[in-house]
Design a protein around this ligand. Structure first.
Ligand code: GDP
Ligand code: MG
Length: 296
């Protein structure tokens, strides 16, 4: 005789616990200076970052990012608390000698893993550990319309070994739609040729729905984005956009660019998976290497 014991209430118990604790989401932006990294971050999280002290100031003269800089914002939507941590990095590849210019970035990512591991190994390991591990690295590609730069390939290789990398075509308003499609195609081929392993990764645990969602994302990557901190008026409506020599770009119009797709991907469809994948793949790889080294 089977009887109902009621453990199915575990889902609401988990939910309650998770909601109480909230979510920590850490995003890093990487790419050459002037590609619109700071602007895009402000555009994605605009309504939340305005007037906050962490907001990247739009003061052109003083805004160039000179060192790795992070700021945290707590966002609450419908009772769900999200602690968003943005890590802005200085443009790499701007020097005459670019040898090892990516090292501070890779070191920063590894340092977060290492500090998490240290806390995990201490006596009070059941206490809640503040997660500073980077869950997503947005990689900015210059909109040349030709191909990736050799330095980009080197940096992408290094990054994909330690973090979920999501490439974007920066300032895509500087390309026509046809140029953008051709460029995207070219970048995909180059990534494949150089065996650059981008997020999302295929997994045995994926059901049909997961694989379909991942396929549609893989199709879109690299997202062709446009950022803007300014609003413009289109047909009497105020929208976030840019005015250029061809006309007006509405950042949130999916016929104009893929900003909306990137934002949905980051904040709606893949937030939890980016966090989980970081813990289960990137952090685990780091952890097992470290623990093996300790044994030897
Ligand atoms: P960062 O150095 O990568 O952080 O770049 P910034 O965000 O500071 O932007 C550099 C300049 O590019 C600024 O003048 C921005 O207004 C401009 N910019 C940012 N995003 C875009 C974009 O999508 N399209 C165009 N045309 N210009 C942009
Ligand atoms: Mg910047």
């Amino acid at each position: 005789l089977q009887s109902y014991v009621g453990f199915d209430s575990i889902t609401s118990q988990i939910e309650k616990k998770l909601l109480k604790r909230g979510f920590q989401f850490n995003v890093m932006v990487v790419g050459q200076s002037g590609l619109g990294k700071s602007t895009l971050i402000n555009t994605i999280f605009a309504s939340h970052l305005i007037d906050s002290k962490g907001r990247i100031q739009p003061d052109e003269a003083s805004r160039q990012t000179v060192e790795i800089h992070s700021f945290t914002e707590a966002i609450v939507e419908n009772g769900v608390k999200l602690r968003l941590n943005i890590v802005d990095t200085p443009g790499y590849g701007d020097q005459v000698n670019n040898e090892n210019c990516w090292e501070p970035i890779i070191k920063y990512i590894k340092d977060q893993h290492s500090s998490f591991l240290r806390k995990e190994l201490t006596a009070m390991r059941d206490r809640f550990i503040q997660d500073t591990r980077i869950h997503c690295c947005l990689f900015f590609i210059s909109p040349t319309g030709h191909s990736l730069k050799p330095i980009d390939i080197v940096v992408l290789k290094k990054l994909t070994e330690v973090v979920n990398v999501v490439p974007v075509i920066a300032k895509s308003d500087s390309l026509t739609i046809e140029e953008r499609i051709a460029f995207k195609h070219r970048i995909k081929e180059e990534m494949k040729f150089h065996n650059i392993n981008l997020y999302p990764y295929a997994s045995d645990e994926d059901d049909e729905q997961d694989s379909a969602l991942n396929d549609s994302i893989q199709d879109l990557i690299p997202f062709a984005v446009v950022g803007s901190e300014k609003t413009i008026v289109v047909d009497g409506k105020t929208v976030r956009g840019r005015q250029n020599r061809w006309g007006v770009i509405n950042v949130e119009n999916e016929n104009h660019c893929e900003f909306i797709h990137l934002r949905n991907f980051l904040t709606r469809t893949h937030l939890q998976d980016l966090i989980e994948t970081t813990a289960m793949i990137h952090y685990e790889t780091f952890r097992s290497k470290q623990l093996l080294a300790l044994k030897e």
